[in-house]
Design a protein around this ligand. Structure first.
Ligand code: PEP
Length: 258
């Protein structure tokens, strides 16, 4: 499949931001603006799980899909504070981010735990957005491919080729997240090509590969024009409807229909 045939995907990661009133305005604006995009640009928002019902009620019937930022490694049971993947599907969600670097770092999530969470999301019918990325120290040590390859391999090792093809993978260099310093389009493309080859070896070459890390309206188009970048996972800029929709339009400009 060519990059054009894969289309583009832009997903917002709200992180721990939002309140009911502000969410309503943001979701309504995103739903309205997304309605003007070509059909080969898909848009999603991953909200704090408390706001799933709100996202469902405001986005149902629009072209925007919704999801969460994490799921439990368990399906149910005595795991206080956890949210299980089947609960998420009760609210019509499409996506579950797993392995975001903030969870790997602040919650000490291991590569193995991320792989199990990916399985739970798939079993529930969700599309996991598996995040991988290296720290600045790892990049400077020349270890980028070893790190992101290892993170991806841990997930792929547990999946059939059929399930691997259901993933979305996001390359998010830790040094670019929330720092205002995006990877260059060339740096990102190089890692995406590496990840694509790894996925192809598993029989899942057409997985959507998103870039994440300080994507803004002014750098989105150049990133999305790279042959192995199928869209973006957007943190800070997904909280402002104008910026998020401008990034979605940049995706449209690089899509087949755009
Ligand atoms: C993220 O948290 O997934 C992210 C990409 O953040 P930002 O766009 O703010 O760098």
């Amino acid at each position: 499949m060519s990059k054009q045939q894969r289309g583009k995907l832009v997903v917002g990661n709200w992180k721990m931001h939002g309140r009911l009133a502000a969410n309503t305005a943001l979701l309504q604006a995103v739903a309205q603006g997304s309605g003007e995009l070509p059909a080969d640009v898909r848009v999603g928002v991953c909200v704090p799980s408390l706001y799933l019902a709100q996202a469902q009620s405001l986005l149902e019937g629009s072209s925007v899909v919704w999801g969460v930022q994490d799921v439990s490694a368990f399906t149910h049971g005595a795991y206080t504070g956890e949210v299980a993947a089947p609960m998420v599907t009760d609210f019509g969600a499409t996506f579950a981010i797993v392995g975001h670097s903030e969870r790997r770092a602040y919650h000490r999530e291991s590569a193995e735990l991320v792989a199990v969470k990916t399985q739970r999301a798939l079993e529930a019918g969700l599309t996991p957005i598996v995040c991988v990325g290296e720290t600045l120290e790892e990049r400077e040590a020349g270890s980028t491919e070893r790190v992101v390859g290892g993170q991806l391999d841990e997930v792929l090792a547990r999946l059939s080729a059929h399930d691997a093809a259901r993933l979305v993978v996001a390359y998010e260099p830790v040094w670019a997240i929330g720092t205002g310093k995006s990877a260059s389009a060339q740096q990102a493309q190089a890692v995406h090509a590496f990840l694509r080859a790894r996925l192809a070896a598993k029989g899942a070459a057409d997985v959507a590969l998103l870039y994440g890390g300080s994507v803004k309206p002014d750098n989105a188009e150049e990133l999305f024009r790279q042959s192995d970048i199928d869209g973006g996972l957007i943190g800070g800029a997904s909280l402002k409807d104008h910026d998020f929709l401008a990034i979605c339009r940049a995706a449209a400009a690089t899509s087949l229909a755009g």
